[in-house]
Design a protein around this ligand. Structure first.
Ligand SMILES: O=P(O)(O)OC[C@H]1O[C@H](O[C@H]2O[C@H](CO)[C@@H](O)[C@H](O)[C@H]2O)[C@H](O)[C@@H](O)[C@@H]1O
Length: 305
């Protein structure tokens, strides 16, 4: 765990002061859930429900903001059960699926979302031919209802297959009035319009957030990071946290897009939970004369500003 600059540390200290007015937005895959080869086998980190329940006592709101379908992330994240915990305390757990196209909350438990984009069915008819032409016939195709994702992770030449597929899928998506959303060894084809940045602005507006923290790990989170930076420009205390897995390497696309915006970099979902725990502790109150406890928690890795 490292703050990227002294300014990042000051932003953390300022956010702690407004924790009770702060909204925390959390990506799912790579942030709350460790990356695994098979997307259907992804599960929330076992410590996440407890950490989120404790954090909810300290902040204004918590939202999971994901590219996954909302119903699926509720299942993989055991968010129905966590929603019960929130509900017993009069809190609300919010989920925004498919980049904000779908929403679910622990208060009503229904997924609200649009119909599939009109180009999806015709795109799907083209897809097998594109995969064959790109030498990626065995790529895993994830049907998401409103979108489709082509995963290269389990192909023997994952990175090369991704590079071959991206332009072909982008061109085909355009022919069907859709866009591509590249991610970690995945290219998603979805409707244009909604993105995670809209979710951030909507949450800040609807909840009248006096602070905003977003934690993400992938290219789909860049819009959210930009939206949080825009909030910061209006004087709202903010913190941007990048969950960086070892597989991301030093100079991958995620690093070049997300890291320059991040205030804090943590090592994967375990690091995210360590950070959220420290934030909840600091938000719970300081010992007189002492700085935020995050400085001492990570003293071996970094000293205060
Ligand atoms: O916005 P997110 O919550 O990060 O969702 C983005 C995509 O995540 C999933 O794929 C990623 O995680 C898989 C499981 O760990 C991994 O196998 C894959 O390589 C990653 O790209 C999910 O399958 C996609 O539908 C989401 O759009």
């Amino acid at each position: 765990m490292r703050f990227t600059s002294p300014e990042g540390m000051r932003r953390y200290a300022a956010l702690v002061k407004v924790a009770s007015e702060t909204v925390v937005g959390l990506d799912f895959d790579g942030t709350l859930s460790p990356i695994v080869d098979d997307p259907e086998r992804a599960r929330i980190h076992p410590e996440a429900p407890g950490v989120l329940a404790a954090l909810a006592e300290r902040v204004l709101g918590i939202a999971v903001v994901t590219g996954r379908p909302a119903r699926q992330v509720v299942a993989l994240g055991e968010l129905d059960e966590l929603g019960d915990v929130f509900g017993e305390r009069g809190q609300e757990l919010r989920v925004f699926g498919q980049y904000g196209n779908e929403r679910w909350s622990s208060s009503n438990r229904r997924v609200i979302g649009p119909r599939p984009p009109h180009g999806l069915a015709s795109f799907l008819r083209e897809l097998p031919g594109i995969l064959r032409r790109c030498g990626a016939a065995d790529a895993f195709v994830e049907h998401k209802g409103l979108a489709v994702a082509v995963h290269t992770r389990r192909l023997p030449d994952s990175e090369e297959a991704f590079a071959r597929l991206l332009p072909e899928l982008a061109a085909a998506a355009k022919r069907h009035d859709m866009i591509v959303e590249p991610g970690k060894q995945v290219v998603e084809i979805r409707s244009p319009g909604a993105h995670k940045g809209d979710v951030v602005h909507g949450l800040a507006r609807d909840l009248r957030a006096g602070g905003f923290c977003f934690v993400g790990d992938d290219l789909g989170d860049v819009d959210a990071f930009h939206a949080v930076a825009e909030l910061r420009e209006t004087g709202v205390p903010t913190l941007l946290v990048c969950s960086a897995a070892e597989e991301d390497g030093e100079a991958g696309p995620v690093e070049s897009a997300l890291l320059p915006l991040a205030d804090l970099v943590v090592p994967g979902p375990g690091g995210v939970l360590e950070f959220l725990t420290a934030f909840a502790e600091d938000a719970g109150g300081r010992v007189a004369g002492e700085g935020p406890r995050i400085w001492t928690r990570f003293a071996d890795r970094q000293s205060g500003p």
